[in-house]
Design a protein around this ligand. Sequence first.
Ligand code: HEM
Length: 223
Amino acid sequence: VTVDRRSPRCIVRYTFGERIVHMVAALSYVYLLLSGLAFWMPAFYWLTILLGGGFLSRILHPWIGIVFTGAVLWMLVIWWRDMMTTDADRAWRKEIGKYIRNEDDRVPPAGKFNFGQKQFFWIMLWAGIVLVLTGFVLWVPQSMPPSLRPLAVLLHGIASLVTIGAFIVHVYMGLVVVPGGFSAVMRGEVTEEWAWHHHQLWAAKVTGTSPRAHTSRDVASRP
Ligand code: HEM
């Protein structure tokens, strides 16, 4: 058997199921975001052209909201252990300035997800729960006490703005700042070098090696 030494070794980062649930969350979120903006402000109403029209998108928005919350709850089921804050996260958080300044070699090692990724998940989960509960109040007004409505409108708006802020950072990080992340979440695999560079503790775990035995440079310079 000939081994092609030029092709880097790959590690599975996201299983098929993980990629599907991410895809469902991403597509449903984008639909909710665009239709929500359209209902919120007349200046955005034209967006409904892309979403099946004003009438249909108003019917679909609450149902797709349930799909989105379901996807994030499913992420909780499969990733809750990976999303817990650890001592390594506390060390990472202290040194967050180095992460922001791209001093990657001096950032404390992270597990499967770094502290920022974990925070993004929790923000989407809690905001998603607020959105689905307040959305329900707005969906079936005839079965709700009228006094709840203004509060639901306010909280639905605040929670959606929180998710928009988090979403912009998430997409920017995933598409621009961390090359390789997007192909990971679409195709499932990352190179071993990527894993050591961005998620050293996770790389050590999946390859069964000691974290100290490697630096990202060691892996990069291997033949
Ligand atoms: C539609 C645009 C989206 C894009 C382009 C996108 C991109 C990405 C990328 C590239 C990763 C892999 C990061 C890595 O492993 O280094 C990722 C992971 C993830 N995405 Fe998304 N995503 C999108 C929407 C969403 C939405 C709406 C959610 C809602 C909860 C979400 C939740 C997550 C979570 C929890 C992870 C794993 C942890 C993390 O990286 O924060 N994504 N996404």
